[in-house]
Design a protein around this ligand. Structure first.
Ligand SMILES: Nc1nc2c(c(=O)[nH]1)N[C@H]1C(S)=C(S)[C@@H](COP(=O)(O)OP(=O)(O)OC[C@H]3O[C@@H](n4cnc5c(=O)[nH]c(N)nc54)[C@H](O)[C@@H]3O)O[C@H]1N2
Ligand SMILES: Nc1nc2c(c(=O)[nH]1)N[C@H]1C(S)=C(S)[C@@H](COP(=O)(O)OP(=O)(O)OC[C@H]3O[C@@H](n4cnc5c(=O)[nH]c(N)nc54)[C@H](O)[C@@H]3O)O[C@H]1N2
Ligand SMILES: [Mo]
Length: 771
């Protein structure tokens, strides 16, 4: 059989799908990609996986009078396959009923998640679009990636510097003498970019910085997540204590007169107030190197020496997104800015600070000066009612309850219908046992999914969605020089339909089809979005080819804009969009909120759980991003499978901690926290700091039938706490988790995470099922 090569793209990079007949049999990385992602090898399995949802399915208890107790509990129940017309009638009927009875404020359409790379068939955007046209929906603000950063940085810098100009790899290689990486710079996290990439620039960019001889300090409890080499040092910091370390470094600068008073005077406010805290004027505790060393368990002499070195040359301070995914996550972010301000190099090439360098592919690449082609959504009339993204279980458990968010008092809406497309809350949320309880509350849960994920298995109506290889789309990221023509490679698997096609048919039943489609089909939309991109590019002086030429070529390479130097304008007198126009080391606004856990300037606060206050035997769990997947995506594939132990996610543990627990390489282990328990396999690693264990996210939640707090597969989110960073940001705090570990007494129990649930054969077409 002849093999076709079909140009395509994904969050983990552009590639050609190798297709024989109706099957994807292989992949070839884009020839433009200097550092292709290993994840590509899981693509063929992902299309034809036994875990695909093949037909619309309705939860049995929902059909039997909307039962959700006992065997009918969401997450435990079986499903009945139904015809598309019946499924669509049920969905449209529920949406209409809830809108009529309770209004749009009872519909949760936040639908957080990464979905897939194409810019037209973006599931969440498609869903939000339809719900906005119906009068609105409850959405969410912020991200699991950097919610705390997104909320604190506008107070400090006037905008969310997680997204915006970033210091280019080239600047770092050319100018930076010392780079202190809080959270390291993992190569595998740079394999991913929302919308994809035609050339992974992070790995080669980092190599060039190391080769240039930059002195690098990797501050990370984990050795492997930063570069190695003669000019690279590893500082195995205690988790969640980086703020104390940054304070200690700043204290040395001040006590030795190495801070840049000129920069602080001209470009910041509040340094004096902060200094009173730093020097211990009121609490009698100077935040000096010894103090920092005792909290972070590092060496005070080395802290002082590093501070001197940082002041002696061009220094870049990077802080990964992970640092703020922790209790009081606002503080390490704010303190990063203060440390860099004290050094006075903000706005100079290769100096200052950066967030998320290494967290994702695009940081370090200059942004395109135009809006890349992408489906936009109409404004949501209920935007003001959005919840902080990680407060979803609180919202479902306590409708009407009050809460604080960034200085405002708010009330949780009374949600009756949850509609999700393109995300996996039973992957991404913390304390899944609690989420499972919260998920029993709404009257109806609708999900579009490609696979029988845990979230699909907790829905009442599950509609099978196509993967990108079953539809045409445009792949694009504003931080990438490529636009990718994602050609359809194979026909839909089973009865899957695109999210757009599903929602078009729901919209038709609700009388808004024309508003939803604007009279366009898939090809019409792609041409329309491309034309918008051409226009936007032209206005910025960039010439894009016509759609036909783009589509036939498979991708377009654009010139990269010149490297960005964040905050260069500040040095030239351009004010920031903060109340003072300057960097706010003290924020009167934040101070006015009166939050002890997020006061008016950065402070060290003990996290709710950390090694400094652990019981004997407790370990600090870091649930990092998986090298073998994108979150829960591709978990069924061969790359993830090869890294597992007894089919369980591998948990990295220091050999000393393993030995004292009777654990050897490959042991099946039980990890327990105050929230729940999961099984995992042990992988011994001397590059993990003693007292710390690493269990990446994304092994599909596989709960015990009778206990949702017990997972058999190695999903860290049964262990993590569902606690906001502070009242300011309410961000997720997955990396603040203490656990206990022991060898598992029993043999490995059967796994059913990747198996479809009990599925009854299709019910006869009832021409409009009434449950
Ligand atoms: N403990 C812990 N938890 C974490 C994190 C952590 O560090 N520690 N990290 C957090 C972070 S940063 C993030 S961003 C989240 C990620 O959380 P999510 O974005 O929810 O994770 P994904 O696995 O990418 O989920 C996407 C889902 O969409 C489905 N999907 C893909 N394409 C389509 C499509 O076209 N249509 C439809 N209908 N469905 C589609 C996939 O099958 C998958 O189930 O996780 C968070 N959770
Ligand atoms: N392959 C792959 N890449 C991905 C993703 C994926 O799922 N798979 N997800 C993408 C997404 S959505 C996001 S948001 C980004 C997230 O990017 P990050 O948040 O940067 O990724 P993490 O793996 O959570 O953590 C990065 C590093 O921080 C360290 N760390 C954790 N806690 C602490 C601490 O308290 N102090 C210090 N100093 N270090 C600490 C960890 O050991 C780890 O090495 O990754 C993206 N990239
Ligand atoms: Mo993320």
């Amino acid at each position: 059989m002849s093999t076709r090569r079909v140009p395509h793209g994904s969050h983990w990079g552009a590639y050609e799908a190798l297709v024989e007949g109706d099957r994807v049999v292989g992949v070839a990385a884009a020839t433009t990609d200097r550092d292709p992602a290993a994840l590509l090898h899981s693509v063929p399995e992902s299309v034809h996986s036994a875990s695909r949802v093949r037909a619309p399915a309705v939860r049995r208890g929902w059909l039997d009078g909307r039962e959700r107790t006992g065997a009918y509990r969401r997450g435990r129940d079986g499903y009945v396959e139904v015809s598309w017309p019946d499924a669509l009638d049920l969905v449209a009927g529920e949406v209409r009923r809830v809108l009529d009875e309770y209004g749009p404020g009872a519909v949760f359409g936040g639908s957080y998640g990464w979905a897939s790379a194409g810019r037209f068939h973006h599931a969440k955007t498609q869903l939000n679009r339809m719900l906005a046209l119906l009068g609105g929906y409850i959405s969410s603000v912020g991200s699991y990636s950097h919610a705390a950063g997104t909320q604190i940085l506008p107070h400090v810098l006037g905008y969310d510097a997680n997204n915006g100009p970033s210091t280019a790899w080239e600047s770092l290689a050319a100018h930076t003498d010392t780079w202190v990486m809080f959270g390291g710079c993992p190569r595998h996290t740079m394999q991913v970019e929302p919308g994809g990439t035609g050339d992974h620039r992070g790995g080669p960019g980092l190599d060039a910085v190391v080769a240039a001889g930059t002195e690098i300090v990797v501050v990370n409890p984990v050795r492997s997540d930063g570069p190695t080499g003669p000019n690279c040092a590893w500082w195995p910091v205690r988790p969640n204590t980086d703020t104390a370390l940054m304070l200690g470094l700043t204290h040395t600068l001040v006590s030795e007169g190495l801070h840049d008073t000129g920069f602080l005077d001209r470009h910041t406010v509040g340094w004096d107030v902060f200094c009173e805290y730093l020097l211990g004027k009121h609490d009698g505790v100077p935040k000096d190197a010894e103090w920092a060393a005792s909290i972070a368990e590092l060496d005070a002499g080395e802290i002082r020496a590093l501070a001197r070195r940082m002041a002696a040359g061009r220094t870049f301070v990077s802080t990964s997104w992970s640092l703020q995914r922790a209790d009081h996550g606002e503080q390490p972010y704010w303190m990063t800015v203060v440390l860099a301000a004290a050094l006075g190099q903000i706005g100079l090439p290769g100096g200052g600070f950066g967030f998320g360098v290494g967290s994702i592919s695009g940081v370090g690449t200059p942004r395109q000066p135009f809006a890349v082609p992408a489906l936009r959504k109409p404004p949501n009339p209920l935007a003001d009612h959005a919840i902080p993204v990680a407060r979803i279980a609180d919202m479902l458990l306590a409708p009407g309850a009050g809460y604080e968010f960034d200085g405002r008092h708010r009330t949780y809406p009374d949600v009756r219908l949850v509609y999700w497309a393109g995300g996996n809350p039973f992957h991404h949320h913390q304390d899944l046992g609690r989420l499972s309880d919260a998920w029993q509350r709404p009257e109806t849960v609708i999900a579009h999914e490609q696979y029988w994920t845990a979230s699909a298995r907790h829905a009442d109506i599950v509609l099978p969605a196509t993967t990108t290889l079953e539809r045409n789309d445009i792949g694009a990221s504003s931080k990438d020089p490529f636009l990718v023509a994602m050609h359809r490679a194979v026909p839909p698997v089973g009865e899957a339909r695109s999210d757009h096609a599903i929602l078009r048919d729901v919209a038709a039943r609700l009388g808004i089809e024309d508003a939803f489609t604007e009279g366009r089909d898939e090809e019409g939309w792609l041409r329309h979005l491309w034309a918008q991109g051409v226009e936007s590019a032209r206005a910025a002086g960039v010439e894009l080819p016509g759609f036909e030429e783009f589509w036939a070529a498979g991708s377009v390479r654009l010139p990269l804009p010149p490297p960005e130097i964040p905050f260069a304008g500040l040095r030239h007198g351009e004010p920031l969009r903060t109340p003072s126009g300057r960097i706010e080391i003290f924020s009167a606004t934040v101070d006015s909120y009166g939050y002890d856990e997020c006061p008016g300037h950065p402070v060290w606060l003990e996290p709710a759980e950390w090694l400094g206050a652990a019981e004997p035997g407790q370990l600090h769990l870091l649930s990092t991003q998986p090298a073998t997947r994108l979150h829960s995506q591709l978990d069924t594939g061969p790359v993830a499978a090869a890294s597992k132990i007894h089919g369980r996610e591998a948990c990295r543990i220091n050999p000393h901690d393993a030995a004292t627990r009777g654990i050897v390489e490959g042991s099946l282990i039980e990890i327990r926290s105050a929230r729940g328990t999961c099984l995992a396999g042990a992988r011994l690693d001397a590059g993990v700091r003693p007292g710390v264990v690493v269990l990446p996210t994304g092994a599909w939640y596989d709960p015990d039938e009778n206990d949702p707090t017990l997972d058999r597969h190695g999903n860290p989110n049964v262990l993590t706490a569902d606690r906001g960073t502070s009242r300011l940001a309410q961000g997720p705090t997955a990396d603040t988790t203490l656990v206990e570990i022991r060898p598992s007494a029993a043999g490995p129990p059967a796994l059913r995470a990747h198996l479809p649930p009990a599925l009854a054969r299709r019910a006869p077409d009832r021409g409009g099922v009434t449950p």
